[in-house]
Design a protein around this ligand. Structure first.
Ligand SMILES: Nc1ncnc2c1ncn2[C@@H]1O[C@H](COP(=O)(O)OP(=O)(O)OP(=O)(O)O)[C@@H](O)[C@H]1O
Length: 294
């Protein structure tokens, strides 16, 4: 079967008149199968969001080619749903109308079927009782659920998520991760999921891609062979720790003297929160990989 998504020797260089060019990606080769859930991790600023923009068609590669369903991606299309870090809801619309907004944006008349579908999606993300609420009446996690329902409205084949849970507290974040897996199980999609959290990546994905510092390429692709459905108990499996350690070594380099297993073990106690802290914190500045990045 043909891959759903392909990056072939893809590079991207940001150019502006006043500043020096910034080569964000270089020689990225990637192939994602239909309904595969792929997470991407890498050092801050390496080019993860650029990768997503290229796949969504919002940005064109300056080298190589991005393909979806075997065709070059040239512009944003309805087969892709995008969930950003912040849901950017329209404050004057209620929840239902925010979810329906992509249809109106396309100039389509919203019919009864569309409303039914939007309500179903809101039920799916646990917001069935909030369809008439305004965004400012919802918590951050609830707003992000609206953003997910909105991205699913057109039933996209491909779901692109750019750090979708990073603004949430650790508990909501973990809960949202499992909800996403449930939705993905009910309505399978090809997912590309960017995260700063190594544990979140391992917990959710079929495969984790590790990116190098900028200009970024993919330095490792780990098949996450943990059983599904994934649950909080998944974190306790020895294989979970093996995967997170391997990714950590790519990003932070080998543990320095006196850092070894204590630091690494702490990462998995409260997986999402601690990993975010570990992955985002400047602490690993002594590690080799980060020295290269700076
Ligand atoms: N519009 C732009 N013009 C110039 N440079 C840009 C632009 N957008 C991004 N960059 C640069 O490209 C590089 C990659 O940015 P990108 O946002 O893709 O990284 P990222 O891995 O998603 O970062 P983070 O993890 O911090 O969110 C960075 O060095 C950034 O400064």
């Amino acid at each position: 079967m043909k891959p759903h998504v392909e990056f072939i020797e893809v590079g991207h260089c940001y150019r502006s008149r006043r500043k020096a060019p910034v080569q964000s990606l270089l020689g990225v080769n990637l192939s994602i199968a239909r309904h595969e859930f792929v997470a991407v991790v890498g050092p801050s600023g390496c080019g993860k969001s650029t990768l997503l923009r290229l796949l969504s068609g919002l940005t064109r590669p300056t080298q190589g080619e991005v393909r979806m369903f075997g065709h070059p991606v040239r512009e944003p299309g309805g087969e892709v749903g995008i969930v950003f870090q912040k849901p950017t809801l329209l404050p004057w619309l209620n929840v239902l109308d925010n979810v329906l907004f992509p249809l109106r944006h396309q100039g389509r008349v919203v019919g009864r079927q569309d409303r039914t579908r939007a309500r179903e999606l809101l039920d799916t993300v646990g917001l069935g009782d909030f369809i008439a609420s305004r965004p400012d009446e919802l918590s951050g996690g609830m707003q992000q659920r609206v953003g997910i329902a909105r991205a699913l409205l057109l039933d996209p084949e491909v779901l692109i998520m750019d750090e979708p849970f990073s603004a949430l507290d650790a508990l909501s974040r973990e809960q949202m991760g499992f909800e996403l897996l449930r939705i993905w199980g009910e309505r399978p999609k090809t997912v590309l999921f960017i995260t700063h959290s190594i544990s979140e990546a391992v917990l959710l994905a079929d495969r984790v891609l590790v990116m190098s510092p900028r200009p970024a390429s993919i330095v490792d692709s780990l098949d996450i062979d943990l059983p599904r459905p994934r649950t909080p108990a998944t974190i306790d499996l020895p294989a979970f720790n093996v995967h997170t350690q391997r990714i950590r070594r790519h990003i932070f380099g080998p543990p320095g003297p006196g850092e070894s297993n204590v630091t690494a073990g702490a990462l998995t106690e409260s997986p999402l929160a601690n990993t975010r802290q570990a992955a985002d914190s400047p602490r690993p500045a002594t590690h080799q990989a980060i020295r290269h990045a700076s």
